[in-house]
Design a protein around this ligand. Structure first.
Ligand code: BG6
Length: 473
């Protein structure tokens, strides 16, 4: 790196987390369960979120460490059921107090809070009252919750994020528990998606109404799709994958109308959502200020046609479940990229995808962006010297940050880098076994040990990077 890209003055250097993955104290001070709590309990032998990283009781220590590292931002989420624990809509003063304390602690440390309103944690009371995401009554309930957040924290918090990875929740609904109560997920997911779009739109409108100088954006989980080959059919397969996992959502947030691709996809498959009078007018009002980008990896898209099936050993007419024959628009298959390595968990390690994603999103949408996730998940345990030498994470982050810098050099507007995560926290599917932190939390899936925070080598590396505003690698 002889010629370093230059990061703008005031660039927000920090890290990211989500309430249910880091807080713990799941049944304390009035918090009631969320669907994701129940989901996490089914992922044995991995830990559930009842204690997580116990950030609820360690937040002062965690913020002090962020300050020591040089953070200027921290992205976290609010637990809806901590703030509004029951169907009577009574606001929980202890929940408000926790987030007030955290926000104040951050501000005193010179760290800008960036808050996600919804990170997979629908309260169980909402689910029980309305029977899951497909009930439109949730739109008002979510609006009420967002307004409580803006009214209580909006005097100090100016960066807000609506719904974390709505696209991934729809694409992986079964896995994330969003499909609860659905009988035909293939069709109903588009109804849930429409309701989420209305929730997102209401959050954007309420933020602009209630938060002076408030800015708000969505958080797509962006996984760019490279074509498997220059075979024309693979180009279309890759485009279809891009549409059906990413573009449908980003187009809606920015252009505030459904694309002709998705409308046609619904029509051909007979899966139109119930779009009522006034819905599109509401969506049209929700003008976002920026896009928050979660970008860990890329994928490879191809046409799921006969030649591909032969290549992976399926017979010409037989389909072994994972692919549907491509007689409908929007079919694709995903493949392993032979040009990049993978993590312990088979995620492509592809720093260039960061530059690619930022370029792609900038070219399509012309909106400022902030990185709200990227990160290296791995098995880790304290060494004999009582430390964690996480060189692989340093290498991953160095290359990813470098590619953010290159995108900025390319002319893209990016105002922050907040990788996943600061302390170790619960992985969505793999508990404490898959660690992402710059700071080790001394617990395992089945042993809470002492929850001590131990700085990994990546902490020192990141601190030097931040203190030089991206010049010292
Ligand atoms: C993001 C989510 O998609 O990926 C996080 O916003 C999640 O909640 C992160 O933890 C990493 O995924 P995983 O499955 O390794 O925890």
């Amino acid at each position: 790196y002889s010629k370093n890209p230059v990061f703008p003055e005031g660039f927000l250097w920090g890290a990211s987390s989500a309430a249910w993955q880091v807080e713990g104290a799941a049944a304390e001070d009035g918090r009631t369960p969320a669907i994701i709590d129940l989901n996490s309990q089914t992922k044995k032998p991995y830990a559930d979120n009842s204690v997580a990283s116990d950030h609820y009781h360690h937040y002062k220590e965690d913020v002090a460490l962020m300050k020591e590292c040089g953070f200027t931002s921290y992205r976290f989420s609010i637990s809806w059921s901590r703030v509004i624990p029951a169907a009577d809509r009574e606001v929980n003063p202890m929940g408000i107090a926790f987030y007030n304390n955290l926000i104040n602690e951050l501000l005193e440390a010179g760290i800008t809070p960036i808050i996600t309103l919804y990170h997979y944690d629908m309260p169980c009371w909402v689910d029980e009252k309305y029977g899951g995401w497909h009930n439109r009554a949730i739109i008002d309930e979510f609006d009420y919750y967002c307004r409580v957040c803006f009214e209580n924290f909006g005097d100090r918090v100016k960066y807000w994020l609506s719904i974390n990875e709505q696209n991934m929740q729809i694409v992986y609904g079964d896995w994330l528990g969003v499909s609860k109560g659905c009988t035909d997920w293939f069709k109903e997911k588009w109804q849930i998606n429409h309701i989420m779009n209305l929730c997102h739109s209401k959050a954007v409108i309420a933020c602009h109404e209630l938060v002076e100088d408030g800015k708000i954006g969505p958080v797509p989980g962006y996984v760019p799709i490279y074509p498997y080959s220059c075979r024309p059919e693979d180009q279309i397969g890759a485009m279809n994958a891009e549409e059906l996992t990413q573009k449908i959502w980003d187009d809606l947030y920015v252009f505030r109308e459904y694309s002709s691709f998705v409308k046609n996809y619904w029509k051909v498959n007979d899966i139109d959502p119930d779009i009522r009078p006034g819905d599109m007018e509401l969506i049209a009002q929700a003008k976002i200020d920026f896009i928050a980008v979660n970008c860990y990896r890329s994928d490879v898209g191809m046409a799921p046609d006969d030649s591909y099936k032969q290549e992976i050993g399926l017979n010409k007419s037989g389909i072994k479940g994972e692919f549907v024959y491509p007689n409908l628009p929007g079919e694709y298959a995903l493949a392993r990229n032979p040009y990049v390595e993978v993590t312990d968990w088979d995620w492509h390690i592809d720093p260039v995808c960061m530059r690619y994603s930022l370029r792609y999103l900038w070219d399509h949408y012309h909106l400022p962006m902030v990185i709200t996730e990227a990160g290296y998940g791995a098995h880790e345990e304290l060494g004999e010297d009582g430390k964690i030498h996480d060189q692989a994470r340093i290498d991953y982050l160095r290359e990813y940050v470098y590619n953010v810098g290159l995108a900025i050099q390319d002319g893209v507007e990016v105002f922050g880098f907040n990788p996943w995560s600061f302390t170790d926290l619960l992985s969505t599917g793999n508990g404490m076994a898959k660690r992402y932190g710059l700071v080790f939390v001394n617990r395992t899936d089945d042993d809470l040990r002492d929850m001590k925070r131990i700085k990994k080598d990546s902490f020192d590396w990141y601190s030097a990077l931040i203190h030089s505003n991206g010049q010292e690698w």
